[in-house]
Design a binder for this molecule. Sequence first.
Ligand code: FAD
Length: 560
Amino acid sequence: MIRIPQVKVNISEIYQKNIDTCKDRTSWERLYQKEEALLLRKKICKLLRCKPGEIQDFCIVKRSIDARKKKEIFYTYSVDVALGTEKEKRICSKIKNKVCQIKKKLVYQVPMQGQALLSNPPVIVGFGPAGMFCALMLAKAGYCPLVLEQGKKVEDRVKDVENFWKTGKLEPWSNVQFGEGGAGTFSDGKLNCSVKDTTGRIRKVLELFVEHGAPAEILYQQKPHIGTDALCKIVKNIRTHIEELGGIVTFESKVTDLKYNAAGALQAVQVNGQDWISTQVAVFAIGHSARDTFACMQAHGLQMEQKPFAVGVRVEHPQKKINQHQYGDMAKVLPPADYKVTYHTQKDRSVFSFCMCPGGFVVNASSEAGGMVVNGMSNHDRGEENANSAMVVNVLPEDFGSEDVLAGVAFQRKWEALAYQEGKGKIPVQLWKDFKEKKQSTRYGDLQPVHRGENEFGNLWNCLPTFVSEALLEGIAALDGKIPGFADPDVILSGVETRTSSPVRILRDETLQSNKAGIYPCGEGAGYAGGITSAAVDGIKIFEAIYSKYQSKKEKVEYE
Ligand SMILES: Cc1cc2nc3c(=O)[nH]c(=O)nc-3n(C[C@H](O)[C@H](O)[C@H](O)COP(=O)(O)OP(=O)(O)OC[C@H]3O[C@@H](n4cnc5c(N)ncnc54)[C@H](O)[C@@H]3O)c2cc1C
């Protein structure tokens, strides 16, 4: 197969030719879908100097939008072309353009299976992306894993979250952070991952998402996303599949304690402060908000260390303005645009956008009574009026003010409690023009908030560390130079965004076990991932660690 990167299609040209018929995104996508394969085949023939009939097959490996020049926007492709081995060799040797290369398909491989015996099924603590993909791979390999999730199954969780946003009544274990699918369920469902896929694990994660109902285009989009509405169905499909393969997924089952044998290896986990479940293997994929479980692990002497993260606010802008800035004339036919901005302050702090949600909602993502946390989410169509992203500032362990390994948790809790007070239990909001004056807003301007959860005017300087507020003041103003309107007076800020990643790392050795044998720290909470895809990839890494040590019970396996 020949891999051809950088195949560029000038979509501005096509749009201009069809401007009378392309009135919106749907009509553009309908038109382009019809033309895409033909256009690519022509490009491939030109690049490889071959005839259309010689192409046995081709597939899109990656597609991205290159909108650096607004008048000349391109779709940039990476394609794999099959022409037959001999012909591929001849063509690649003939054409001097070294970008075209014979490429072997990157296929995910499981390691050699171990022979040690497991007397009980492996236990997965937490059913977020990390726990979910670890459990799915173990189930496919015949290990019949037992999943213990403290939250509720997605159908009930959705009701609890909707009710919370309407009434403010928080369910401590069933909310935006906790429950089936983990923190990733109520999200924008962005699946981009900055890590280069050298093992095929990232591709495997995307393929498994598609196998359980995600749209196929996530396999080749540069910035794939699913959206909350679709994610809710997908996590349920993954649960059902694990159960069909002999696994057990239990909800409202919180691991509250651990027991070791004389050798100091794991012997059992306790659920809900009552029953003990015997196991030699427990994967702790507990997420960045599992503060009580962090404390339980600290008490059990698991080695952990403080970890930096970032704190800030959510900012909202009119999505139309972002689209116009990013795509110019094609703004009305291309998907809602995103942005990624960074700024370095004079006081040596980084201010950067995080988890940007085009056409999404700012959500009340709190998980503790008396604490206020915001985040962002969107549905698959990203059809809301506003663009939002977290604008955050890096926070270092030396900012925590204590050596205690969980001082980062205390740091988050402090500002979340102040935000709760500032908003009187609702999301505290402030317009940019008033943030600059450190004064509370009294009414909205041209922009209305698009929120899930009630909000209340407040002064965000009262619930953010001063170094964060000062950095935001300098950073947001400066970024107006990069995206005109970024610092418009009516831009809406909501607080506080504190759960950008885990405040701790649970140490693990080369076998991916903690200092307590049998305990596998996994995913974002353990400090080894940031985002849905990288958490799922870490879940697969832990699957491989267990697979290469222990044999599974079942002959028939399904992970091919
Ligand atoms: C609103 C929101 C939007 C987001 N948007 C995106 C996005 O668009 N793209 C992206 O890549 N990332 C996004 N993220 C981040 C992403 O969700 C996380 O990085 C990812 O979910 C981490 O996966 P995880 O499996 O490590 O942990 P989590 O998803 O946090 O799952 C951990 C699970 O463990 C359970 N648990 C904890 N302790 C226990 C215990 N003692 N016993 C039993 N169960 C326990 C929790 O209830 C939870 O369900 C978003 C996060 C939020 C909150």
